[in-house]
Design a protein around this ligand. Structure first.
Ligand code: MG
Length: 269
């Protein structure tokens, strides 16, 4: 079975927030005395401009985004974002989440095909995956600059499926990008939310999506999700996953369940 995995917030923490962005904003802000926060506002604005013109691939091209913002500030140097990522793949800036190695090893042993499906360009994600020893579990990595699509576009999920087929489970932490996008593409969706209410996370896997408070939780998360800005009509119901979990370890049981349902066929599903 194909399992596509979102990276940031699911498998790993990347070095952008604690190292790469602080280094960039210091350099770009120097000339006009701008703070980290002020430069980040300009960077985020540039991302929104690109997303608003539906250029989803360019919206994740950090080297180009930083160059554009730098140019607007009269910055004359050159910043190599990918190089900054490579330099900062150190224990204080990157880590994998608890249970990730063990879960991926178990899924791979069970014969599932594990593939990364991320909006981060490969040049920013592969050094982190390598630094954390996670590449060994993956059969591939799907990224916007290679496929020409980004989450939540259904074609992005379909690109992985073209190579590996159904059944297809997608796991992610962003309800708009990962759950809604994957749902539209026809994949089985798993929402990983580390802050899931204990009263939901403590239920057996199959009973969690029936919890009356889950829709409320999704609505709160969606309201805080900046990536959802581009989809004002999106409702919490659109982002209702097939499975929800607070820890990656539960993915082993999800995979078993999806596999069994698939083998039984849709009539008994
Ligand atoms: Mg994520």
């Amino acid at each position: 079975m194909l399992i596509t995995l979102d990276l940031d917030g699911v498998l790993m923490k990347n070095p952008f927030s604690t190292a790469v962005f602080p280094i960039i904003t210091k350099q770009l802000g120097e000339r006009h005395g701008l703070s980290h926060k002020e430069v980040m506002t300009l960077i985020r604005k540039e991302v929104r401009v690109r997303a608003a013109r539906r250029d989803y691939v360019a919206a994740y091209d950090w080297d180009d985004i930083v160059a554009t913002v730098g140019h607007s500030l009269g910055f004359e140097g050159a910043i190599d974002v990918a190089e900054l990522v490579r330099q900062n793949c150190t224990p204080e800036h990157i880590h994998s989440y608890p249970g990730v190695h063990e879960t991926l090893a178990r899924l791979k042993e069970a014969g599932h095909v594990l593939v990364a499906l991320t909006n981060g360009f490969a040049k920013y994600q592969v050094p982190v995956l390598e630094g954390l020893g996670l590449m060994q579990y993956l059969s591939g990595i799907y990224t916007p600059e290679v496929t020409g699509f980004a989450k939540p576009e259904a074609e992005f999920f379909a690109a992985a499926r073209r190579d590996f087929g159904f059944p297809h489970v997608h796991v992610g932490d962003t309800v708009a990008h990962d759950v809604w996008g994957a749902k539209q593409s026809g994949a089985v969706t798993v929402w990983l939310y580390h802050n899931l209410l204990e009263e939901i996370a403590g239920l057996p896997l199959m009973e969690r999506t029936g919890h009356p408070k889950l829709l409320e939780v999704i609505a709160e998360v969606l309201a805080r999700d900046l990536t959802a800005d581009g989809y004002p009509d999106l409702t919490p119901q659109d982002c209702m996953p097939d499975y929800v979990m607070a820890e990656i370890n539960d993915l082993v049981e999800v995979a078993q369940h999806v596999q069994e349902s698939h083998q039984r066929g849709p009539a008994e599903d």
